[in-house]
Design a protein around this ligand. Structure first.
Ligand code: ADP
Length: 261
């Protein structure tokens, strides 16, 4: 009888062991797949601007463009695509800094409205260029917060980039600041493709992308939101999302207010 119990227990332990090993192998395989998807996504993202740059530069070099207007157009494309390349490379560098625990933050007492204003100062041009309209609603007299201005700007820009990327039809954004209990909050609302509820948790994981089929075949490396999440954690803050497929998404960055002692 004791033997039977022993055998039973040993088999249980063995089974559990197998289950764990199997789960590990599956997790490893999944990670390998995600990594290889990442490499192919990044390569794809880099290849498109590169081939445009080389094509337009070569056409110019060979003297095939005769009118000044055309030339200007081609130079503009080269500048724009170079900017896109810089963006991608910056994102990857930023991400690798985070992964290596080397990203540093210089926190100081700042006003969220000022940061949002600064972002829009440079970004509104980009929004208009992409055919977007937008409304801004600032809540006045928000309390100060402790933040690294550069990083917060980067987080907001990441949200705006996504809002543009995932709004193929209705090109309108609402950007607002408000106070919610102990947080000061900036919200970016779009009327784009939205995100299925079951995928909402994963979108903040590194390398994760929703593959929505050909209609929404956007480019990306799945780094943006994981960088935003890291920035928010470094500020003791939070990121939240509400979304409905086909209707749009609202991303909120929540920063703890600075309590004066
Ligand atoms: P990327 O945009 O490079 O794929 P992100 O980490 O920024 O990477 O986003 C992860 C995923 O979350 C995206 O692939 C996309 O499916 C989804 N997503 C992010 N922002 C939005 C948005 N505003 N509307 C719809 N889907 C979004």
């Amino acid at each position: 009888n004791t033997n039977m119990i022993m055998i039973g227990m040993v088999s249980m332990v063995l089974l559990l062991g197998f289950a764990m090993v199997f789960r590990n192998i599956r997790a490893e395989m999944q990670l390998a797949q995600t990594k290889s998807d990442f490499v192919s996504n990044v390569s794809h993202e880099i290849r498109t601007p590169l081939s445009l740059i080389s094509m337009f530069a070569e056409t110019l070099m060979l003297g095939r463009v005769t009118t000044e207007t055309r030339k200007k157009e081609y130079y503009e494309i080269i500048v724009k695509e170079t900017g896109r390349l810089t963006n991608i490379v910056n994102k990857i560098l930023n991400f690798s800094q985070i992964e290596a625990n080397k990203k540093t933050y210089h926190l100081e007492s700042v006003l969220l409205n000022d940061i949002v204003r600064e972002v829009l100062h440079t970004y509104s041009f980009h929004l208009e260029n992409k055919g977007f309209t937008y409304k801004v609603h600032f809540t006045d007299d928000l309390p100060n917060m402790m933040a690294d201005t550069e990083s917060v700007m980067e987080a907001i820009i990441n949200l705006l980039d996504n809002a543009i990327k995932y709004s193929p039809d209705t090109k309108h954004l609402d950007i607002s600041t408000e106070r919610m209990e102990q947080w000061v909050v900036v919200a970016v609302k779009d009327q784009g493709v939205g995100i299925e509820e079951k995928k909402l948790k994963q979108i903040f994981d590194k390398f994760y992308r929703v593959t929505q089929g050909d209609i929404y075949n956007t480019q990306g490396a799945g780094l943006g939101l994981s960088i935003v999440k890291h920035i928010m954690e470094a500020h003791g803050g939070q990121i939240s999302v509400e979304s409905e497929p086909g209707k749009g998404s609202t991303f909120k960055l929540m920063f703890p207010i600075l309590v004066k002692k």
